[in-house]
Ligand binder design. Structure first.
Ligand code: DC
Length: 223
């Protein structure tokens, strides 16, 4: 019998297009959406706001357990009841998130919170370890990747559109550093699940990637 709450996991490095593809998939299927990176980003912002050292594992894990976040259906993101704006998506916050995400007890603290997003009719979960750790039994797993240069270029365009003034060389360097940290950490490193579809989006349009992902998901789930 089919799983009553099918979970589709979309993992991959930053800038691979995971966020866009996951949201489009969720919309198309009428599923809920988990942006697990946002949880790590919110945790990093909360830690910085409280003056914690990002490597202080015990303090950050305690904060993670009681983290007051909200993802109302209108798309707003709340931390301690207050709206979080563009600072959530900055490179500085992404890097801080990557640092707190390397702490094992912090990851454990966020595990059940992430699993609670799996509700009927289904969930699309976007992250680094959705298919390997958080939802290992998910029926459809995608690992979305792209070359570092292609990812830096996309990031460059996104940031420009948002009114930032990014430096391309710095972006490539930051992407490589973050990839290395995410892929080499001791717990839940960034890697595809054994049963994941590996999709390289370098040179592909969003529509082409979405079509392939959707085709795969429909094969795996009668959605
Ligand atoms: O997807 P993102 O760029 O918003 O994620 C920010 C950081 O959070 C990323 O560098 C690594 C970490 N992260 C993680 O370790 N595990 C996840 N499931 C999602 C994000």
């Amino acid at each position: 019998m089919a799983d009553p709450v099918p979970v589709i996991t979309i993992d991959g490095p930053s800038g691979s297009g995971k966020g866009t593809i996951s949201q489009l998939l969720a919309r198309q299927l009428g599923y809920h959406f988990l942006d697990s990176g946002a949880l790590y980003r919110l945790l990093a912002l909360a830690a910085l706001g409280r003056g914690l050292e990002l490597e202080d594992e015990a303090a950050v894990a305690t904060l993670a357990r009681g983290l007051d976040v909200g993802f109302p259906p209108d798309g707003r993101i709340l931390l301690d009841g207050a709206l979080v704006g563009e600072e959530l998506r900055t490179e500085t916050t992404g890097n801080a998130a990557s640092r707190v995400a390397a702490l094992p007890t912090v990851r454990v603290a966020l595990l059940e919170r992430q699993r609670a997003f799996a509700r009927v009719p289904g969930l699309v979960a976007d992250g680094r370890d959705m298919g390997t750790v958080v939802f290992p039994a998910a029926p459809a797993k995608v690992f979305l990747t792209a070359s570092a240069e292609a990812r830096a270029e996309r990031r460059y365009k996104q940031l420009k559109e948002k009114g930032f003034d990014p430096d391309m060389a710095e972006l490539v360097e930051e992407i490589r550093t973050r990839d290395a940290r995410d892929a080499n950490r001791a717990v839940a490193p960034l890697r595809p699940a054994a049963d994941a579809l590996i999709l390289d989006s370098t040179g592909l349009s969003i529509e082409a990637v979405l079509a392939r992902a959707l085709g795969f998901v429909r094969e795996r789930i009668s959605a």
